[in-house]
Structure formats: structure tokens, C-alpha cells
Design a protein around this ligand. Structure first.
Ligand code: AMP
Ligand code: MG
Length: 335
């Protein structure tokens, strides 16, 4: 159990707990009708509602800290978006009595800030496609100071003990603190923290690969080549979202790779998709770098503009995976 406290940790844990429980409730109670954003990715009323709730909490406790989050309220402010806004409002008002439209829109738009020397980064629902399908998703919040991730908190409503799929929910809450460790507790409780530790598997042939379900997010053919090169015999775990990072931190999976399908800068990852999960892996004893073995650089704006792809392992397997990646390095994705 974490034997230290800070206001930042307390607020971040409480914000993600509330946000993840709200996402879980909305997924159970609503018929999900996703909208399509200009980048063709889906968004649901739950993404907006969770961002509103967490942004409000951060505003209350840390009014000077910028929030860099995935969503904005631009669509909800249009005529066309009014029905979606009604749904968002209905659920936010259950949690925040008397919340009015303007406040909700402003809370969501707090998330459009640019990164500064100290900022929070939030993905209100990572893996929205999984969320819509009824599969895994994660609420992810991190505090970044001078390019270093200090705190990462993840809410995974359909993941029990940070490792097993449990669609009954309400799943796990994971906390990682720089230099201190990674823990999990049940999302439904406010106690019972247990430390998380990566696996100790050293032979690639025994390793379990964590893979994305969505085909266009990362390169499947390169992942297949990696399986062959490493002689992996275990079946992969196919899972949406940062839930994969949590499973790696818990030791139930060993290798995760995101080989981009597009060259940089388009192929670079967003910081809110990586920060909380990266710290959870590192503080559980694992390693996370880009495909070239470089550390992830969180000081380049909203995207990891200097990093190409993501490789995360239990640490023991890292160099072996990087060696294999060097050999199958995709010619179509150049710096
Ligand atoms: P996954 O981990 O592959 O299940 O997918 C979740 C992540 O993929 C989210 O963090 C998304 O932001 C990201 N994502 C969504 N669309 C794309 C895309 N076209 N290319 C790369 N990543 C994507
Ligand atoms: Mg995401």
C-alpha cells in the first residue's frame, strides 16, 4: 500500500475513480450512438462527460495547472451537437448538482490547453472503439513536470486485479508514482492497494504479446513478423486501450508494441495515450521506449514528436525485442 501522500495523488486518484465509474455507468445505461470526429475516430457522450467531471476536479484543486486532454466541446457548442450535449448534461448533473450547460462546456474546454512546464494530461476514454463494442477501455490521467511523468492513474472498469477481463465490472484503479511504484485497488473500493510487478519471463518463446484489436491503429503485419522472429509460442492477448499497459504492469503479459502505420509526424502518438500507462509499466519494473530504443520524450507538445512507435516489455525482454524490431524495421515509416 502506498505509504505516502500528496494532494496531487489524492485528487488524481479520486478524479479517475469518479470518471471511470461514470463511464461504466453510462456504458450500462445508455444506448451508445457514437459520433465521428474530423479525424474519423469515434466519440460518445461518455467521453465528454468524463472529461467534464475530471476537468472540474482539477480546476477546483489546481486552478493554475493546464489540462491537455483528448476532447474539446467545439461540436457540443453547435446546433447539431445539442442532443449529445443533453445526454452529457443528464449524466454530469447526476454527479454535480445544478451543473449548467455553460459550465459543462467550459470544463470540457479546459482540456484544450497547451502543455507547459507542469501540466495534466487526460484521455477521458482511451479505446473508445472498445468502449462502444463492450470491450476494454481506460480512463487515463497523468501529471507531467518538466517532461517527466510524476503520477499516472488509470481506471479500467472491465479489468479485474489489473489483469483479468471481467465484464461485470467495476474493475481496477491503478496508481503509479515516479520513484515509488505501481499499485492496484478495486475501482469500487477506497482501500486495499496491492503492488503491481511485471513478469520475470526471460525467454521470448514463452512471452505473451499484447495486441490491439483495431487493425488500423498499429501495423499488424509487423507484429506478425515479430512473433515469428522471437519464436513466440504463447497465444497473444488481444485487447483495446491502455488496459494492455496495465496488464503488462501486472505481469499477465510481457511485450507490447505499437508499430505505426504512418510516418512521423502523423504516426506519432498523443501524450494522453501514453503518459499514465508508461509510468505504470516503468514503476512496476518494466521498460518502455520507442522502436529505436529511445526514451519517450514528453516535452515535445501534444504528440511524442521525436518518438517513432512504442515498445514496452517486462524489461528482461526489451533488448531482444528491440533487436528483432531493428531487423523488421518498417521501410515505410521513416524519421
Ligand atoms: P488500441 O490501443 O490500439 O486499442 O487503440 C487505442 C488507441 O489507438 C487510442 O489511444 C487511440 O488514440 C489510438 N488510435 C485511434 N485511431 C488511431 C489510428 N488511426 N492510428 C493510430 N492510433 C490510433
Ligand atoms: Mg486514446
Amino acid at each position: 500500500m502506498p505509504k505516502f501522500k500528496s494532494k496531487e495523488i489524492e485528487v488524481a486518484v479520486e478524479a479517475v475513480r469518479k470518471g471511470a465509474l461514470l463511464a461504466f455507468e453510462m456504458r450500462r445505461k445508455m444506448s451508445i450512438s457514437p459520433l465521428t470526429k474530423p479525424d474519423k475516430s469515434p466519440v460518445t457522450p461518455a467521453d465528454f462527460a468524463v472529461q467534464a467531471l475530471i476537468a472540474r476536479m482539477l480546476q477546483k484543486h489546481f486552478p493554475d495547472d493546464p489540462l491537455v486532454a483528448e476532447e474539446s466541446a467545439a461540436y457540443l457548442r453547435t446546433e447539431e451537437g445539442s442532443e449529445t450535449l443533453n445526454q452529457v448534461k443528464k449524466y454530469v448533473r447526476k454527479k454535480i448538482k445544478g451543473a449548467v450547460r455553460k459550465k459543462i462546456l467550459d470544463w470540457i474546454d479546459r482540456g484544450t490547453a497547451e502543455p507547459g512546464s507542469r501540466f495534466w494530461t487526460l484521455d477521458p476514454i482511451d479505446g473508445t472503439k472498445g468502449f462502444i463494442r463492450g470491450d476494454q477501455y481506460a480512463v487515463a490521467l497523468a501529471l507531467v513536470e518538466n517532461g517527466e511523468i510524476k503520477i499516472g492513474v488509470l481506471g479500467c472498469p472491465l479489468l479485474k486485479n489489473a489483469q483479468a477481463v471481467d465484464k461485470k465490472g467495476p474493475g481496477s484503479l491503478v496508481l503509479a508514482v515516479k520513484g515509488k511504484g505501481t499499485w492496484v485497488r478495486p475501482l469500487a473500493k477506497k482501500k486495499d492497494w496491492k503492488p503491481l510487478r511485471v513478469s520475470s519471463r526471460t525467454h521470448p518463446s514463452e512471452a505473451i504479446l499484447l495486441r490491439s484489436i483495431e487493425e488500423n491503429h498499429v501495423s499488424g503485419p509487423h507484429a506478425e513478423k515479430l512473433v515469428k522472429m522471437l519464436g513466440i509460442t504463447q497465444p497473444a492477448i488481444w485487447m483495446d486501450s491502455l488496459a494492455k499497459y496495465v496488464v503488462l504492469a501486472s505481469g499477465a503479459g510481457d511485450i507490447l508494441c505499437r508499430i505505426p502505420t504512418a510516418p512521423l509526424p502523423d504516426g506519432a502518438e498523443h501524450i494522453w495515450d501514453q503518459a499514465a500507462g508508461a509510468l505504470a509499466i516503468e514503476e512496476a519494473g518494466g521498460r518502455i521506449t520507442d522502436m529505436d530504443g529511445h526514451p519517450l520524450d514528453f516535452s515535445t507538445g501534444k504528440k511524442l514528436a521525436r518518438n517513432r512507435g512504442i515498445i514496452a516489455t517486462n524489461g528482461y525482454l526489451h533488448e531482444k525485442v528491440l533487436d528483432a524490431i531493428r531487423q523488421i524495421r518498417p521501410a515505410d515509416v521513416k524519421k
